[in-house]
Design a protein around this ligand. Sequence first.
Ligand code: GLU
Length: 425
Amino acid sequence: MSVTRRTATNVLLDTALKNFYGAAEEMGLSENLIAILSSSERRLEVSVPVEMDDGSIRVFKGYRVQHSSAIGPAKGGIRFHPDVDVDECEALAMLMTWKCSLAGIPYGGAKGGIACDPLTMSAKEKERMSRAFAARIAPIIGTWQDVPAPDVNTGGQEMVWFMDTISKLRGHVEPGVFTGKPISYWGSKGRTAATGYGVATCGLELLRALGKEPKAATVAVQGFGNVGSYTASTMVEAGAKVLAISDVTGTYYSPKGIDIKKAFEHISSHPKKLLEGFTCDGCEKKGLSDVLFAECDILFPCALEGAINDKTVGEVKAKYIVEGANGPVTPEGDAILDKKGVLVVPDFLANSGGVIGSYFEWAQNLSGYFWTEEEYNSRLMHIMKGNFKLVWDYAQSRKVKMRRAAFMAAIQRVADVERLRGVFL
Ligand code: GLU
């Protein structure tokens, strides 16, 4: 039976579909399962009216896409960014399904967002927008239904506004409906650093698998938000030298190694949490993309999707890439990296520490019993190391790239559950 293949004009969605089809066909997955898993269960679009500080009303577009709930409640972040659209959310929702499956946690995949520019909005405007959005998506989210979390430009504060709104609507506290909450309000110790900690753990496991010492390693980290900053600090703690960091204000490069502690202090006192004006011993300010071209062992792209593409890939000098962001390497970029012999640790393995940490928080919320930070970190480290090994071994034994191996292992688990459950929703 020949089944048509979906394509999309949105590059990220088209890539997500191609990656899925490629792995599914190589696995010999049935056409029925290919048809089920290449479609999303739900694509919701909402209008979000917000009263701005000047009294005017603006209506923002918001989305929540649930790709799969085969294994458990759909799971994935909510981002605030001008480029958010429904196809991008669907691509990222699919990625969440594979991420949760590969991580071995009991969730499906979802993603949402609001097309807005949060950097130009006041805290009050963001609060009104967050609460209106939560109310709009309330019918399809819940502890056992769909559990959103932070993503680009959202964090603990937004999760509190979301959760508080849902709790008020339902008439009872519902902590398990969002993860990534602050520690003081049903959050978990360890969650803030979890994604970056996991990304760095993959970098360190990669060095170990290759027989290399972290102390001799040099790295560059694109993005100094939640993911990049903790990736950089964890690599430094392991002994590596961070040659370059960056954010929307540019690249900060020092051959002596960036003082990451100082960079943390700098962003915490900057009104927009940016590196603007940062300096340290030997530090030189460079252009936005220069971080990608640093001569180093590992490059960690931890900003937005598509950073390493046909235009930038030619100048990449790193030996290895560990993807902290979702989709930072385009398929064209990937093909050229492959030719250059650059090994890539794929996003949904490398950055799964965030959602694994979310699972820990959710489990604590369900039981009403909180863990210590040590418990949290040691469980996270254990799972990340195990998952890295699983994908590494899979790739070695089947002689495929790590991305393909990760897709195959992840799709397998979802397909097994789909088969067990049958097609009745
Ligand atoms: N936004 C993060 C991700 O892309 C975390 C998602 C979650 O914890 O649900 O993995």
